[in-house]
Design a protein around this ligand. Structure first.
Ligand code: NAD
Length: 225
């Protein structure tokens, strides 16, 4: 069976990584999403680098949780693609092998002038004055609000072809990904795991609650299917 898992910040919340929206979505009293913009970086690069350096260190110290592991376990029997809005690497560290990071990856830096010039940071900080090969300041290799989302065609192809579709830990407030939930036209089952939702998308079973509670149960059932 072809399975697509569309994940957001909520799947990593129980690993200790704060989400942007909901409780804890603040950075020094500022809404986190206001720092995730090219304008914020132009205005105060040090502040934005501090925000991402702090988050990179948190990712380094976090461990994949039961939900990440359950998603990875689905590969024992199924063809699984994870389409994630997360910039952390917890899906890969849990064992998932096909992960599309549509909002980029926090463990990588890139030139602020040439997006394709990248550098693995592992757990190192990016400092003001750290330059890419082209002489431009390094910045996190993440997609900020207003920038182009990655792997759009690939993600939509996989979602359209999916036999089962699991959406987990996303507020469905960030476009275009929020719209992708409507493209799983061939899926025999569509499940969304979320503690709260403004509105459950049509055709989905909403499992109200946390990722670590519900995702292992769904995965177990799909492993038996
Ligand atoms: P979001 O912050 O908008 O929403 C997170 C959602 O997860 C909320 O609806 C919340 O109710 C839910 N949630 C909280 N705890 C949960 C749990 N234990 N189990 C299941 N769901 C839970 O996140 P988003 O929709 O992914 O979108 C926003 C942006 O946030 C993305 O661009 C993403 O790159 C960025 N982000 C990523 C990380 C990360 O990589 N871990 C962390 C914070 C923000």
């Amino acid at each position: 069976m072809k399975i697509v898992v569309l994940s957001g910040a909520g799947i990593s919340a129980e690993s200790g990584l704060p989400t942007f929206r909901g409780a804890g979505g603040l950075w020094n009293g500022v809404r986190a999403e206001t720092l995730a913009t090219p304008e914020a970086f132009a205005d105060d690069p040090q502040r934005v680098l501090d925000f991402y350096n702090f988050r990179r260190a948190m990712v380094r110290d976090a461990e994949p949780n039961a939900a990440h592991r359950a998603v990875a376990a689905l590969e024992q029997r199924h063809q699984v693609t994870v389409v994630t809005q997360n910039v952390d690497n917890l899906h890969e560290r849990a064992g998932s092998t096909d992960v599309l990071h549509v909002h980029g990856e926090i463990m990588t830096a890139r030139s602020s002038r040439t997006p394709s010039l990248k550098l693995a940071m592992q757990d190192r900080d990016i400092r003001l004055g750290d330059l890419a090969e082209d002489g431009a300041q390094l910045r996190p290799d993440v997609v900020w609000f207003g920038e182009t989302v990655r792997h759009i065609d690939d993600s939509l192809d996989r979602i359209r072809a999916a036999d089962r579709f699991l959406v987990v830990g996303t507020s469905l407030q960030v476009w275009p990904v929020a719209d992708w939930v409507h493209h799983a036209v061939n899926a025999g089952e569509r499940v969304i795991v979320a503690p709260e939702l403004a509105r459950c998308p049509d055709g989905f079973d909403w499992l109200r609650g946390n990722a670590c509670e519900h995702v292992p149960r769904v995965a177990e059932r799909w492993l038996d299917a």
